[in-house]
Design a protein around this ligand. Structure first.
Ligand SMILES: Cc1cc2nc3c(=O)[nH]c(=O)nc-3n(C[C@H](O)[C@H](O)[C@H](O)COP(=O)(O)OP(=O)(O)OC[C@H]3O[C@@H](n4cnc5c(N)ncnc54)[C@H](O)[C@@H]3O)c2cc1C
Length: 341
Protein backbone atom coordinates (compact mmCIF):
# COMPACT_ATOMS: atom_id res chain seq x y z
CA UNK A 1 0.00 0.00 0.00
CA UNK A 2 1.28 3.47 -0.92
CA UNK A 3 2.02 5.85 1.95
CA UNK A 4 1.39 9.53 1.45
CA UNK A 5 2.28 12.24 3.85
CA UNK A 6 0.25 15.41 3.78
CA UNK A 7 1.61 18.02 6.11
CA UNK A 8 -0.89 20.86 5.96
CA UNK A 9 -1.89 20.45 2.36
CA UNK A 10 -4.50 18.07 1.09
CA UNK A 11 -4.78 19.52 -2.32
CA UNK A 12 -5.23 16.78 -4.93
CA UNK A 13 -5.39 13.99 -2.42
CA UNK A 14 -8.33 12.74 -4.45
CA UNK A 15 -6.00 11.84 -7.32
CA UNK A 16 -5.07 8.74 -5.29
CA UNK A 17 -7.21 5.69 -4.62
CA UNK A 18 -7.79 6.35 -0.95
CA UNK A 19 -8.89 2.77 -0.28
CA UNK A 20 -5.44 1.66 -1.35
CA UNK A 21 -3.45 4.49 0.19
CA UNK A 22 -2.28 5.08 3.70
CA UNK A 23 -2.45 8.79 4.39
CA UNK A 24 -0.31 10.21 7.17
CA UNK A 25 -1.80 13.45 8.35
CA UNK A 26 0.97 15.55 9.91
CA UNK A 27 -0.44 19.00 10.45
CA UNK A 28 1.76 21.78 11.77
CA UNK A 29 0.06 23.88 14.40
CA UNK A 30 1.12 26.25 17.17
CA UNK A 31 -2.10 26.94 18.98
CA UNK A 32 -5.38 25.46 20.14
CA UNK A 33 -7.45 27.03 17.38
CA UNK A 34 -5.08 25.75 14.70
CA UNK A 35 -5.20 22.26 16.19
CA UNK A 36 -8.97 22.44 16.41
CA UNK A 37 -9.12 23.42 12.73
CA UNK A 38 -7.08 20.36 11.77
CA UNK A 39 -8.99 18.00 14.06
CA UNK A 40 -12.16 18.97 12.16
CA UNK A 41 -10.46 18.40 8.81
CA UNK A 42 -9.09 15.06 10.07
CA UNK A 43 -12.53 13.90 11.14
CA UNK A 44 -14.01 14.89 7.79
CA UNK A 45 -11.23 13.17 5.87
CA UNK A 46 -11.54 9.97 7.88
CA UNK A 47 -14.87 9.39 6.17
CA UNK A 48 -13.31 9.13 2.72
CA UNK A 49 -9.80 7.97 3.61
CA UNK A 50 -10.17 4.80 5.72
CA UNK A 51 -6.39 4.44 6.19
CA UNK A 52 -5.87 7.91 7.56
CA UNK A 53 -3.52 8.38 10.52
CA UNK A 54 -2.67 11.48 12.51
CA UNK A 55 1.08 11.67 13.10
CA UNK A 56 2.87 14.29 15.16
CA UNK A 57 6.20 14.08 13.36
CA UNK A 58 7.53 12.92 10.04
CA UNK A 59 10.03 10.16 9.56
CA UNK A 60 11.87 11.00 6.32
CA UNK A 61 12.04 7.35 5.27
CA UNK A 62 8.56 6.37 6.08
CA UNK A 63 6.51 7.50 3.09
CA UNK A 64 6.44 7.28 -0.70
CA UNK A 65 5.05 10.66 -1.64
CA UNK A 66 4.62 13.94 0.18
CA UNK A 67 2.11 16.57 -0.85
CA UNK A 68 3.75 19.98 -0.88
CA UNK A 69 2.44 22.49 1.58
CA UNK A 70 4.71 25.48 1.53
CA UNK A 71 8.07 26.40 0.22
CA UNK A 72 9.87 26.16 3.54
CA UNK A 73 8.71 22.65 4.29
CA UNK A 74 9.18 21.56 0.72
CA UNK A 75 12.85 22.27 1.13
CA UNK A 76 13.50 21.46 4.76
CA UNK A 77 11.55 18.35 5.51
CA UNK A 78 10.24 16.57 2.55
CA UNK A 79 13.23 16.01 0.33
CA UNK A 80 12.88 14.37 -3.03
CA UNK A 81 9.68 12.44 -2.60
CA UNK A 82 7.66 15.58 -2.94
CA UNK A 83 4.66 15.90 -5.18
CA UNK A 84 4.88 19.61 -5.93
CA UNK A 85 1.26 20.29 -6.64
CA UNK A 86 0.10 23.65 -5.44
CA UNK A 87 -3.42 24.89 -5.12
CA UNK A 88 -3.26 27.61 -7.80
CA UNK A 89 -5.32 28.84 -10.70
CA UNK A 90 -2.45 28.35 -13.14
CA UNK A 91 -0.35 25.19 -13.05
CA UNK A 92 2.43 27.13 -14.74
CA UNK A 93 2.53 30.71 -15.86
CA UNK A 94 1.67 31.19 -19.51
CA UNK A 95 3.53 34.53 -19.57
CA UNK A 96 6.51 36.26 -18.05
CA UNK A 97 5.76 37.72 -14.66
CA UNK A 98 5.86 41.50 -14.60
CA UNK A 99 7.22 43.40 -11.60
CA UNK A 100 4.06 44.87 -10.22
CA UNK A 101 0.57 43.56 -9.76
CA UNK A 102 -1.50 45.58 -12.21
CA UNK A 103 0.16 44.26 -15.37
CA UNK A 104 -0.04 40.78 -13.85
CA UNK A 105 -3.76 41.17 -13.42
CA UNK A 106 -4.23 42.46 -16.93
CA UNK A 107 -2.29 39.52 -18.33
CA UNK A 108 -3.73 36.88 -16.03
CA UNK A 109 -7.36 37.82 -16.53
CA UNK A 110 -7.13 37.20 -20.25
CA UNK A 111 -5.82 33.70 -19.53
CA UNK A 112 -8.61 32.70 -17.18
CA UNK A 113 -11.11 30.28 -18.72
CA UNK A 114 -14.84 30.57 -18.22
CA UNK A 115 -14.60 27.40 -16.09
CA UNK A 116 -11.73 25.20 -14.99
CA UNK A 117 -12.18 21.58 -16.09
CA UNK A 118 -11.65 19.68 -13.94
CA UNK A 119 -11.62 21.32 -10.56
CA UNK A 120 -11.54 19.10 -7.48
CA UNK A 121 -14.83 19.25 -5.56
CA UNK A 122 -14.54 19.52 -1.78
CA UNK A 123 -15.34 16.40 0.24
CA UNK A 124 -15.58 18.09 3.61
CA UNK A 125 -19.18 18.72 4.68
CA UNK A 126 -18.27 21.88 6.58
CA UNK A 127 -16.71 23.37 3.45
CA UNK A 128 -19.64 22.33 1.26
CA UNK A 129 -22.00 23.96 3.76
CA UNK A 130 -19.95 27.18 3.77
CA UNK A 131 -19.97 27.32 -0.05
CA UNK A 132 -23.71 26.78 -0.10
CA UNK A 133 -24.22 29.44 2.55
CA UNK A 134 -22.04 31.96 0.72
CA UNK A 135 -23.22 31.46 -2.85
CA UNK A 136 -26.74 30.03 -2.61
CA UNK A 137 -28.32 30.93 0.70
CA UNK A 138 -26.99 34.47 1.19
CA UNK A 139 -25.80 35.32 -2.36
CA UNK A 140 -22.94 37.23 -0.79
CA UNK A 141 -20.89 37.85 -3.96
CA UNK A 142 -23.49 40.53 -4.73
CA UNK A 143 -22.32 42.59 -1.75
CA UNK A 144 -18.67 41.52 -1.38
CA UNK A 145 -17.25 44.77 -2.71
CA UNK A 146 -19.15 46.89 -0.18
CA UNK A 147 -18.55 44.63 2.79
CA UNK A 148 -15.08 43.17 2.29
CA UNK A 149 -13.48 45.67 4.67
CA UNK A 150 -15.71 44.81 7.59
CA UNK A 151 -13.68 43.68 10.54
CA UNK A 152 -16.36 41.75 12.43
CA UNK A 153 -18.85 39.07 11.47
CA UNK A 154 -19.01 36.14 9.08
CA UNK A 155 -20.41 37.74 5.95
CA UNK A 156 -18.14 40.66 5.03
CA UNK A 157 -15.69 38.52 3.09
CA UNK A 158 -15.71 34.92 1.89
CA UNK A 159 -13.79 33.37 4.85
CA UNK A 160 -12.44 30.68 2.54
CA UNK A 161 -8.76 31.47 3.12
CA UNK A 162 -8.02 28.70 5.63
CA UNK A 163 -9.59 26.09 3.36
CA UNK A 164 -7.59 27.40 0.41
CA UNK A 165 -4.28 27.66 2.25
CA UNK A 166 -4.44 24.14 3.55
CA UNK A 167 -5.60 22.79 0.21
CA UNK A 168 -8.95 21.50 1.40
CA UNK A 169 -10.64 23.76 -1.10
CA UNK A 170 -9.39 23.81 -4.68
CA UNK A 171 -9.02 27.45 -5.73
CA UNK A 172 -10.21 26.46 -9.21
CA UNK A 173 -13.39 25.06 -7.70
CA UNK A 174 -13.96 28.34 -5.86
CA UNK A 175 -13.25 30.26 -9.07
CA UNK A 176 -15.86 28.13 -10.88
CA UNK A 177 -18.37 28.82 -8.11
CA UNK A 178 -17.93 32.56 -8.66
CA UNK A 179 -18.33 32.14 -12.42
CA UNK A 180 -21.39 29.93 -11.98
CA UNK A 181 -22.88 32.48 -9.60
CA UNK A 182 -22.31 35.12 -12.26
CA UNK A 183 -24.02 32.99 -14.89
CA UNK A 184 -27.15 33.01 -12.72
CA UNK A 185 -27.05 36.48 -11.13
CA UNK A 186 -25.08 38.42 -13.73
CA UNK A 187 -21.48 39.60 -13.75
CA UNK A 188 -20.92 42.43 -11.31
CA UNK A 189 -17.92 44.41 -10.16
CA UNK A 190 -18.54 42.89 -6.74
CA UNK A 191 -18.34 39.23 -7.78
CA UNK A 192 -15.40 40.08 -10.07
CA UNK A 193 -13.58 41.48 -7.06
CA UNK A 194 -13.42 38.01 -5.50
CA UNK A 195 -11.54 36.84 -8.61
CA UNK A 196 -9.32 39.89 -8.32
CA UNK A 197 -8.41 38.87 -4.75
CA UNK A 198 -7.73 35.32 -5.86
CA UNK A 199 -5.34 36.81 -8.40
CA UNK A 200 -3.47 38.54 -5.58
CA UNK A 201 -3.04 35.16 -3.99
CA UNK A 202 -1.85 33.78 -7.28
CA UNK A 203 0.46 36.69 -7.87
CA UNK A 204 2.35 36.26 -4.59
CA UNK A 205 2.90 32.57 -5.31
CA UNK A 206 4.42 33.16 -8.75
CA UNK A 207 6.30 36.21 -7.62
CA UNK A 208 7.86 34.13 -4.85
CA UNK A 209 9.04 31.53 -7.35
CA UNK A 210 11.33 34.13 -8.87
CA UNK A 211 12.21 36.10 -5.74
CA UNK A 212 12.08 33.60 -2.90
CA UNK A 213 15.15 34.84 -1.03
CA UNK A 214 13.86 38.42 -0.92
CA UNK A 215 10.76 37.22 0.95
CA UNK A 216 12.88 36.62 4.05
CA UNK A 217 15.19 39.59 3.70
CA UNK A 218 14.69 42.62 5.91
CA UNK A 219 14.96 44.86 2.84
CA UNK A 220 12.89 42.57 0.64
CA UNK A 221 13.33 43.17 -3.05
CA UNK A 222 15.64 46.13 -2.37
CA UNK A 223 18.60 44.20 -0.96
CA UNK A 224 19.35 40.98 0.84
CA UNK A 225 19.79 41.09 4.60
CA UNK A 226 19.13 37.95 6.60
CA UNK A 227 19.86 39.38 10.03
CA UNK A 228 18.17 37.49 12.85
CA UNK A 229 14.43 37.88 13.23
CA UNK A 230 13.30 38.72 16.78
CA UNK A 231 10.34 36.76 18.06
CA UNK A 232 8.23 38.48 20.71
CA UNK A 233 6.43 36.65 23.49
CA UNK A 234 2.80 37.40 24.14
CA UNK A 235 3.62 39.20 27.36
CA UNK A 236 6.16 41.42 25.55
CA UNK A 237 3.55 42.21 22.90
CA UNK A 238 0.90 42.93 25.51
CA UNK A 239 3.20 45.46 27.16
CA UNK A 240 3.92 47.39 23.96
CA UNK A 241 2.73 50.98 23.97
CA UNK A 242 0.69 51.10 20.80
CA UNK A 243 -2.69 52.25 19.57
CA UNK A 244 -5.54 50.29 21.27
CA UNK A 245 -6.30 48.76 17.87
CA UNK A 246 -3.00 46.90 18.05
CA UNK A 247 -4.05 45.14 21.27
CA UNK A 248 -7.53 44.39 19.95
CA UNK A 249 -6.02 42.89 16.78
CA UNK A 250 -3.56 40.89 18.83
CA UNK A 251 -6.38 39.56 21.02
CA UNK A 252 -8.37 38.49 17.97
CA UNK A 253 -5.37 36.87 16.30
CA UNK A 254 -4.43 34.91 19.41
CA UNK A 255 -8.02 33.88 20.16
CA UNK A 256 -9.14 32.88 16.66
CA UNK A 257 -6.17 32.57 14.28
CA UNK A 258 -7.90 34.98 11.92
CA UNK A 259 -7.99 38.71 11.18
CA UNK A 260 -9.87 40.41 8.36
CA UNK A 261 -7.74 41.83 5.57
CA UNK A 262 -8.39 45.37 6.83
CA UNK A 263 -7.38 44.45 10.38
CA UNK A 264 -4.20 42.76 9.06
CA UNK A 265 -3.30 45.91 7.16
CA UNK A 266 -3.84 48.26 10.11
CA UNK A 267 -2.04 45.91 12.49
CA UNK A 268 0.93 45.62 10.13
CA UNK A 269 1.03 49.38 9.64
CA UNK A 270 1.22 49.96 13.41
CA UNK A 271 3.92 47.28 13.67
CA UNK A 272 6.04 48.75 10.92
CA UNK A 273 5.42 52.49 11.17
CA UNK A 274 4.51 53.24 14.79
CA UNK A 275 6.40 50.56 16.67
CA UNK A 276 9.17 50.59 14.05
CA UNK A 277 9.69 46.85 14.36
CA UNK A 278 11.17 44.54 11.73
CA UNK A 279 8.31 43.53 9.40
CA UNK A 280 9.64 39.97 9.40
CA UNK A 281 8.91 39.65 13.14
CA UNK A 282 5.31 40.61 12.44
CA UNK A 283 5.15 38.11 9.59
CA UNK A 284 6.53 35.49 11.98
CA UNK A 285 3.83 36.29 14.55
CA UNK A 286 1.17 35.81 11.86
CA UNK A 287 2.90 32.63 10.69
CA UNK A 288 2.62 31.19 14.20
CA UNK A 289 -1.06 31.99 14.66
CA UNK A 290 -3.03 32.29 11.42
CA UNK A 291 -5.20 29.32 10.48
CA UNK A 292 -4.90 30.47 6.87
CA UNK A 293 -1.12 30.94 7.00
CA UNK A 294 0.38 30.83 3.54
CA UNK A 295 4.04 31.67 3.14
CA UNK A 296 3.56 33.53 -0.15
CA UNK A 297 0.57 35.68 0.81
CA UNK A 298 1.79 36.34 4.31
CA UNK A 299 5.36 37.38 3.57
CA UNK A 300 4.30 39.01 0.28
CA UNK A 301 1.73 41.23 2.00
CA UNK A 302 3.99 42.15 4.91
CA UNK A 303 6.82 42.99 2.54
CA UNK A 304 4.45 45.04 0.41
CA UNK A 305 3.20 47.04 3.41
CA UNK A 306 6.77 47.59 4.63
CA UNK A 307 7.55 49.23 1.28
CA UNK A 308 10.16 46.66 0.28
CA UNK A 309 7.90 44.50 -1.86
CA UNK A 310 6.07 44.90 -5.13
CA UNK A 311 4.16 48.08 -4.35
CA UNK A 312 5.67 50.87 -6.45
CA UNK A 313 4.17 53.47 -4.03
CA UNK A 314 6.57 52.52 -1.21
CA UNK A 315 5.71 52.14 2.47
CA UNK A 316 1.98 52.00 3.26
CA UNK A 317 1.00 54.11 6.25
CA UNK A 318 -2.48 53.62 7.62
CA UNK A 319 -3.75 56.48 9.77
CA UNK A 320 -5.34 54.38 12.50
CA UNK A 321 -7.71 57.09 13.70
CA UNK A 322 -9.10 57.59 10.18
CA UNK A 323 -9.26 53.85 9.56
CA UNK A 324 -11.29 53.34 12.71
CA UNK A 325 -13.63 56.21 11.83
CA UNK A 326 -14.28 54.47 8.55
CA UNK A 327 -14.34 50.83 9.57
CA UNK A 328 -15.16 50.84 13.28
CA UNK A 329 -17.10 54.07 13.91
CA UNK A 330 -18.95 52.69 16.95
CA UNK A 331 -15.87 51.07 18.48
CA UNK A 332 -17.45 47.63 18.16
CA UNK A 333 -14.24 45.98 17.07
CA UNK A 334 -12.40 47.40 20.04
CA UNK A 335 -15.22 46.33 22.37
CA UNK A 336 -15.42 42.82 20.96
CA UNK A 337 -11.72 42.29 21.44
CA UNK A 338 -11.65 43.52 25.00
CA UNK A 339 -10.28 47.03 24.62
CA UNK A 340 -13.32 49.27 25.21
CA UNK A 341 -16.00 48.45 27.70
C1 LIG B 1 -0.12 41.49 6.56
C2 LIG B 1 -1.01 40.51 5.83
C3 LIG B 1 -0.78 39.14 5.98
C4 LIG B 1 -1.57 38.22 5.29
N1 LIG B 1 -1.33 36.86 5.44
C5 LIG B 1 -2.08 35.97 4.76
C6 LIG B 1 -1.84 34.56 4.89
O1 LIG B 1 -0.93 34.10 5.58
N2 LIG B 1 -2.67 33.71 4.21
C7 LIG B 1 -3.68 34.16 3.42
O2 LIG B 1 -4.40 33.34 2.83
N3 LIG B 1 -3.88 35.48 3.24
C8 LIG B 1 -3.14 36.39 3.89
N4 LIG B 1 -3.40 37.73 3.74
C9 LIG B 1 -4.40 38.16 2.75
C10 LIG B 1 -5.83 38.40 3.27
O3 LIG B 1 -5.81 39.25 4.39
C11 LIG B 1 -6.55 37.11 3.62
O4 LIG B 1 -6.45 36.20 2.56
C12 LIG B 1 -8.04 37.39 3.87
O5 LIG B 1 -8.20 38.32 4.91
C13 LIG B 1 -8.73 36.09 4.21
O6 LIG B 1 -10.10 36.29 4.45
P1 LIG B 1 -11.16 35.87 3.34
O7 LIG B 1 -10.95 34.47 2.91
O8 LIG B 1 -12.49 36.21 3.88
O9 LIG B 1 -10.76 36.84 2.16
P2 LIG B 1 -11.62 37.41 0.93
O10 LIG B 1 -11.64 38.89 1.03
O11 LIG B 1 -12.92 36.74 0.86
O12 LIG B 1 -10.76 37.05 -0.35
C14 LIG B 1 -10.96 35.82 -1.08
C15 LIG B 1 -9.63 35.09 -1.16
O13 LIG B 1 -8.70 35.87 -1.93
C16 LIG B 1 -7.39 35.76 -1.38
N5 LIG B 1 -6.92 37.07 -0.91
C17 LIG B 1 -7.67 38.10 -0.46
N6 LIG B 1 -6.90 39.16 -0.16
C18 LIG B 1 -5.63 38.79 -0.44
C19 LIG B 1 -4.37 39.43 -0.34
N7 LIG B 1 -4.24 40.70 0.11
N8 LIG B 1 -3.27 38.73 -0.69
C20 LIG B 1 -3.34 37.46 -1.13
N9 LIG B 1 -4.51 36.80 -1.25
C21 LIG B 1 -5.64 37.46 -0.91
C22 LIG B 1 -7.50 34.77 -0.21
O14 LIG B 1 -7.20 33.48 -0.67
C23 LIG B 1 -8.96 34.91 0.19
O15 LIG B 1 -9.48 33.73 0.83
C24 LIG B 1 -2.61 38.68 4.43
C25 LIG B 1 -2.82 40.06 4.30
C26 LIG B 1 -2.05 40.95 5.01
C27 LIG B 1 -2.33 42.42 4.85
Amino acid sequence: MKRIIAQNNFFHLTQFDLNQTEVLFAPKYNSIHQKDFFVRRFNALSKIAPHLKWVESIDENDFDIALAWDAIDEKKTLGKKLNPIQNRLFSSLPFKLPESFTPFRQLAETQLPSLFHPATPPWDEEIKKELHYYFVEKKLPLTYLETRNEMLGRDGSTKFSSFLSTGFLDVRYLYNEVRQFESIHGTTKSSGWIIFELLWREFFYWHYQENSRSYFSRFGLKSLDFSQVTQYSLSELNKMKADPFFHAGLNELIATGYLSNRARQIFASIWINDLELDWRSGAKLFEEHLIDYDVYSNYGNWMYLAGVGVDPRGKRYFNVKKQLELYDPKGEYLKTWGILS
